[in-house]
Write a protein that binds this ligand. Structure first.
Ligand code: GDP
Length: 530
């Protein structure tokens, strides 16, 4: 039996950055990695000593649209703390993937553009965090540019998100008049470095806002204004209470500029000081504490073809408990299959020696040939544990796949199955007819699918409309009732990739009508892997 070292657990921070596209997530991620002496990016790990992953069209889509469509894991260390940063795709079509990634973090950083405030996607992602009480640190970015009034921005967060807010620092001036950042609680001032780029320079400890040295950085009239603002900022909002933050009820707010390095170090320090260490993970029969001695974890993401030479997949597992060691055997609870994890990919250590083990809060990549699925629970020992809350979502767009070259049908099936395993798309096999139906949550997923079929499988394909518009998983307490429903609706029944029955409806009206008529059958818009 292995015993995790609790101090190692407390020294981990597993978090994600949520934001609307363009707010500065990529820039902030890079700066966090730089400050932390980045170790390596997940996508590059496999490529070590091998050919780098060929650039696929799918990556071109990312570049053209300036959006990131894949998630990866990045790890950095600072002052003895290991930070696991899980990247989330920013585009709304990928909210499903993002949702699942957010099931694997203990906290989040919400990046807001100081000129724009809360935008649509920020809000959506925030709601996902709220569902799981994920604590959030807010980073109001781009203070080096002309932005909105700091009070207005903070009030908007409080009002729109119904959260208590506690500013930790304050921007002195804006745009061309930006003088630096004042740390409201620690009375420190960070000024530009004096170079043309006006990046962050030294931070000076002051005795208070009346410290005469502040005059070196801030003209007298602006200083009086800062004193007023600081008083209002401290007095007008909640006091910062780390417990309320960790309960998801209050967000500390940091102003900064990812581009110019302002506030980035303060953000890392805040994560280290206040963000929760790995939390218990919701599961059946009961939540799993990170201190539990046996290893357990769940798969929140699967990525195929990270190396085009090998048709393998990497399943990303969040370790929930125990101390994982290379070569361990873990049982896949859904199937009972025991899997020896001989070549896990560690994202967190420079040093191969240390990389032989991982602790709760860490993510490991498990190469496999399609056995592991999103939502899978893996355990050491005899007890079944099923992690909960990692759903598939009912697709909002259904399409039949049309093959350019009919001799490629076998490759098409492999490719569609791979993509379904990654959770990029869902795949339904109708009971009647031979054409597979692909389901996605957003339009962009279809474009990614077509590009990847071409780039990675050499299959030219397109879509044709499917007669169906929406899908629901079906179940019933009485197996006979389910069978009767399936038998009488064979033309509208399909199986998903796991063999679970799905009802395909022509439109919302038909779905509502059927739901009302068939009281014995349960129609669900999400399905968790049992
Ligand atoms: P993402 O879409 O959220 O990942 O945003 P990016 O990090 O790609 O940033 C979007 C744009 O904003 C880029 O042109 C960045 O250079 C710019 N940007 C990011 N952070 C800052 C900042 O602190 N100040 C200024 N002036 N520009 C920034």
């Amino acid at each position: 039996m292995s015993t995790a070292n609790p101090s190692s657990i407390n020294q981990r921070r597993t978090f994600a950055i949520i934001s609307h596209p363009d707010a500065g997530k990529t820039t902030l991620t890079e700066k966090l990695l730089l400050f932390g002496g980045a170790i390596h990016l997940a996508g590059e790990v496999r490529a070590r000593g091998q050919n780098r992953r060929a650039k696929s069209d799918w990556m071109k889509i990312e570049q053209q649209r300036g959006i990131s469509v894949t998630s990866s894991v990045m790890t950095f260390e600072r002052n003895g703390i290991t930070f696991n940063l899980l990247d989330t795709p920013g585009h709304e079509d990928f909210s499903e993937d993002t949702y699942r990634t957010l099931t694997a973090v203990d906290s989040a950083v919400m990046v807001i553009d100081a000129a724009k405030g809360i935008e649509a996607q920020t809000r959506k992602l925030f709601e996902v965090c709220r569902l799981r009480d994920v604590p959030i640190i807010t980073f109001i970015n781009k203070v080096d540019r002309e932005g909105r009034d700091p009070f207005a921005l903070i009030d908007e967060i409080a009002d729109m998100l119904a959260l208590d807010v506690a500013p930790l620092n304050w921007p002195v001036g804006q745009g061309g008049q930006f003088r630096g950042l004042w740390d409201l609680r620690k009375s420190r001032f960070t000024a530009p470095d004096g170079s043309d780029s006006r990046s962050a320079g030294a931070t000076t400890q002051m005795s208070g806002l009346d410290d005469p040295r502040l005059a070196d950085y801030v003209p007298a009239d602006e200083l009086a204004h800062l004193q007023e603002q600081a008083e209002l900022a401290l007095g007008g909002y909640s006091e910062f209470d780390p417990e309320l933050y960790r309960a998801g009820q209050l967000t500390p707010v940091l102003f900064g500029s990812a581009l110019k390095d302002f506030g980035v170090e303060a953000l890392i320090d805040a994560l280290a000081e206040y963000a929760p260490a790995p939390r218990p993970q919701p599961a059946l029969p009961e939540a799993v504490s990170p201190d539990a001695p046996l290893v357990s974890g769940f798969i929140f993401k699967v990525q195929a073809n990270m190396n085009p030479q090998h048709r393998d997949r990497i399943a990303f597992m969040r370790i929930a408990s125990g101390k994982f060691r290379r070569g361990m055997k873990l049982r896949q609870v859904a199937t009972g299959k025991v899997i020896a994890i001989n070549s896990p990919i560690f994202f967190f250590a420079q040093d191969r020696e240390i990389a032989d083990e991982a602790f709760p809060g860490d993510i490991i990549g498990i190469p496999n040939h399609g056995v592991l699925r999103v939502g899978d629970s893996l355990v050491e020992g005899p007890n079944d544990i099923t992690f909960t809350g990692i759903p598939n979502f009912a697709p909002e767009i259904l399409r039949r796949v049309k093959l350019g070259d009919p001799t490629k049908s076998k490759q098409l099936r492999t490719a569609l199955t791979d993509m379904a395993e990654e959770g990029v798309t869902q795949l339904f096999r109708p009971m009647i007819g031979s054409q597979w139906i692909v389901g996605v949550v957003g339009q962009l997923q279809l474009e990614v699918l077509i590009s990847r079929l071409g780039a990675e499988y050499n299959v030219a394909a397109g879509f044709e409309p499917s007669p169906f518009d929406t899908a629901r998983w079906i179940s019933a307490e009485d197996p006979a009732a389910l069978k009767t429903f399936i038998d009488t609706n064979r033309g509208a029944i399909a199986e998903d990739r796991d063999g679970a029955p799905v009802f395909l409806a022509r439109d919302q009206w038909e779905l509502n009508y059927t739901e009302q008529r068939e009281k014995a059958v349960k129609f669900t818009a999400t399905r968790e892997r049992a």
